[in-house]
Design a protein around this ligand. Structure first.
Ligand SMILES: [Zn+2]
Length: 454
């Protein structure tokens, strides 16, 4: 009897070890199956570390941006479009790490837990992905930047669809320049500046400071500020772009008066400004759906009033990520709910049937959003002029981001307030000077494209 019990115990122990092994293997398979299948040694997908067989990538209108033909990856038929969508589509080696080829490779390979990459082996192609990008609009944005590098992003603020995502410099994947890695004109070419770039924002940061002012200074609209061209902070000077005389809060926004906004920033103090910025997503790791964004940074000085003043007007140590700032504009345009800009329209059977659910990335008090919308609208009607943005009923703010050792970045953030054109736009044209120049004109060109093609 004792012997039987002992044998049973040994048997149970063996069964337990076996079960533990099965559980471990299953867990490993679930966790790592996708990366095993998508490992670069898998010759069904990769040849010499390069994606060869994978699903087709379409733009929102069904235009092919990348597909596999006879074991080779083939890209869009227009060189201008190949350059304009390079960073969003990505290269086949995955050097552009946030490109669709790299970020969504398990979807493109058609991998799933039950079949592995069965579809790919059977048909030679994986699952297709349809992007929200409008490749024609991307091309218009790329061309509007002219000779300047930088980024242009456009989002439908009612749905979160990311319609334009352009990063420059770029290159043609069908005709890779020999000096791509050596010529300084291609510096940063493998970086998608829309999601992986951060920039000194200049005066578009006054939008964030205005949010803080509206929520913390009850009589902000009845205040007046004196601008004599520079503001004495007590421990230094903040210089203005003009001499604006006596201005209201709204006029200070319209004129982009540094004196008024430095004074407001110093009155609010570093703690409140930082709290507002962080409530809008600064100093946090954010994701636009699956796409990681480089952190926007706002760390206003608590010890230097002058540094605090500069931080509140988008200089000093303030940096913004373009897609993050686009989500802030989405919140203002969309009554406080700022959807995460989403590059993907359809991916897999479920989204083909149901669509992709929008995700809120930035939340703002709806009253504050409404007041910001009115302020940004008055910038266009009272300062930039409607003729700069014909038929767009535009709201926006220019920025001229001053740099220590190079010409300023030209920056624009805004949106059309037309019900039939619910689009937000952020443009950064590197070293292109005033925000009212290249950046504002590029924003207009891209939104005009949608007006003409919708
Ligand atoms: Zn001023």
């Amino acid at each position: 009897m004792k012997k039987t019990v002992r044998r049973a115990a040994v048997l149970y122990a063996l069964v337990a070890v076996f079960l533990a092994g099965v559980i471990l293997l299953t867990a490993q398979f679930i966790i790592k199956g996708s990366s095993w299948a998508n490992n670069k040694a898998n010759r069904h997908i990769y040849s010499s570390g390069v994606v060869t067989n994978a699903g087709t990538i379409y733009d929102t209108n069904g235009r092919v941006l990348a597909e596999s033909k006879n074991g080779k990856r083939v890209f869009a038929d227009s060189a201008a479009i190949r350059k304009a969508v390079l960073h969003a589509v990505g290269d086949t080696s995955g050097v552009i790490s946030t490109g669709t080829h790299n970020l969504y490779r398990s979807n493109l390979s058609g991998f799933n837990l039950f079949n592995g990459i069965y579809n790919l082996k059977k048909t030679g192609t994986g699952n297709s992905i349809t992007l929200n990008l409008d490749s024609g609009a991307c091309r218009a944005a790329y061309e509007a930047l002219g000779k300047y590098n930088g980024t242009v992003v456009v989002c439908n603020y009612k749905t979160g669809a990311l319609l334009v995502s352009v990063s420059k410099p770029s290159y043609d994947v069908n005709d890779v320049p020999d000096d791509l890695r050596t010529n300084e004109k291609y510096d940063g070419v493998f970086l998608d500046k829309a999601c992986s770039g951060i920039y000194t924002p200049g005066s578009i940061m006054k939008i964030v400071t205005a949010v803080c002012a509206i929520e913390n200074i009850p009589d902000i609209y009845s205040r007046t500020f004196e601008c004599e061209g520079e503001y004495e902070t007590g421990d230094g000077v903040v210089v203005c772009n003009g001499t604006h005389g006596k201005v209201s809060f709204q006029q200070a926004m319209n004129q982009s008066c540094n004196c008024a906004f430095a004074e407001i920033s110093i009155e609010l103090g570093a703690a409140k400004l930082r709290a507002t910025a962080e409530s809008l997503g600064f100093n946090k790791q954010l994701y636009a759906k699956e796409v990681p964004l480089v952190k926007s940074r706002f760390n206003p000085s608590a010890s230097s009033k002058t540094e605090l003043g500069w931080a509140g007007i988008g200089q000093s140590t303030t940096y913004v990520n373009p897609i993050h700032f686009l989500a802030i504009m989405n919140a203002i345009a969309n009554g406080g709910t700022g959807y995460a800009p989403d590059r993907i329209k359809q991916m897999g059977a479920i989204t083909e049937f149901m669509g992709r659910m929008p995700e809120t990335l930035v939340r703002m008090n709806p009253d504050t959003a409404a007041q910001l919308k009115q302020l940004l609208r008055s910038n266009v009607t009272d300062k930039y002029g409607e003729s700069k943005f014909p038929n767009l009923v535009m709201c926006g703010k220019t920025g001229t981001a001053e740099l220590d050792d190079a010409p300023s970045h030209s920056v624009f953030a805004g949106f059309s307030s037309r019900d039939d054109l619910p689009l937000c736009v952020v443009v950064i044209a590197e070293n292109a000077g005033w925000g009212s120049g290249v950046a504002a004109n590029t924003a207009n060109s891209v939104l005009q494209y949608f007006l003409d093609n919708n």
